[in-house]
Design a protein around this ligand. Structure first.
Ligand code: NAP
Length: 281
């Protein structure tokens, strides 16, 4: 895996999985541009500070991905920092509504699909021409295991499970888009994959639900290091056209789980989150 000297743009990198992936890529010598909305500038500064303190290169750009005119320029703005983008990680997403599928209104549907599907497609289309010209590129889209209807009995209240339906539909569409694009780009040197937490990643956004479910189902919860490890494997390897879950990829690759420094081995595909240990979110 030789990523040193590459340039990555990671969305939603003010915290959680996005921050972890940005830190891990930087640990492998990738110059990273982190982005989130202007409301998260402090989180982005903290991500940059963590990367620089570890000896890495980082810059930040703020853009509200729900603003179509602003996101149109995001890849060009990011490329001004360290040069053309080699690696695009579409991680930013949200669940702006938990409305039931029978009732969810058009405005809520539009903004959910805009953030979780249209924005990643826009950024990918912006990054692709330069990746294709240089015959190397990696697009990693972050998905969710909710793309599958959960098994019965449900893991929680049915209302919450059904309230995730539109979010899950946006991630299903993102997966299908990614696999189709990977097929289109076959042989171009640009690889496109999707990665999801196996169940729930212990992040700020998911901390409450992770603690609740983790009390009885600890095996459902994973650390952000697990996602960063799997992301690094997908980006650094020759994988193309995959939609995989973090633990499965580590298991298939027989890969150790590293800390975000990329060096210290802290476990493997089976590792559980220790809620009592120092919080690494
Ligand atoms: N955590 C889990 O258990 C889990 C499970 C399945 C899938 N995922 C997926 O993993 C990814 C990251 O999850 P996470 O738990 O780390 O998320 P998170 O803690 O909620 O962070 C989301 C990131 O996206 C950014 N973002 C949201 N709306 C934005 C907007 N309009 N414009 C620009 N940036 C925006 C947020 O920054 P702002 O403050 O600017 O909004 C933040 O940096 C998401 O794609 C999520 O769907 C997570």
């Amino acid at each position: 895996m030789e990523l040193s000297g590459r340039v990555a743009l990671v969305t939603g990198a003010s915290r959680g999985i996005g921050r972890a992936i940005a830190r891990r890529l930087a640990a492998h010598g990738v110059a990273v541009i982190v982005t989130a909305s202007p409301r998260s500038v402090e989180g982005l500064q903290e991500t940059c500070a963590l990367i620089r303190a570890a000896g890495g290169r980082a810059a930040l750009v703020t853009t509200d991905l729900l603003e179509v005119s602003a996101r149109t320029h995001l890849v060009a703005k990011a490329a001004a920092a360290f040069g053309p983008i080699d690696i695009l990680v579409n991680n930013a997403a949200g669940i702006p509504t938990y409305a039931l599928p029978s009732r969810v209104e058009l405005a809520a549907r539009q903004s959910l699909f805009d953030l979780n599907l249209q924005a990643p497609i826009d950024l990918t289309q912006q990054a692709l021409p330069s990746m294709r010209d240089r015959r190397w590129g990696r697009v990693l889209n972050i998905s969710s295991d909710t793309v599958q209807q959960p098994e019965i009995p449900y893991p929680g209240a049915a209302k919450l499970v059904h309230g995730l339906t539109l979010y899950a539909a946006s991630k299903s569409a993102l997966e299908r888009f990614s696999l189709g694009l990977a097929g289109e780009l076959h042989g171009s040197g640009v690889h496109v994959n999707c990665l999801a937490p196996t169940r729930i990643a212990y992040t700020e956004g998911a901390a409450t639900v992770a603690r609740q479910i983790g009390a009885t189902r600890p095996e459902w919860i994973e650390s952000v290091e697990m996602m960063a490890e799997a992301a690094t494997l997908l980006i650094g390897g020759n994988y193309n056209g995959l939609a995989v879950k973090s633990r499965e990829l580590l298991q298939q690759a027989q890969a150790p789980l590293h800390a975000l420094d990329g060096k210290t081995v802290i476990g493997d595909a089976m590792s559980l989150v220790n809620f009592d240990a120092n919080d690494t979110r």
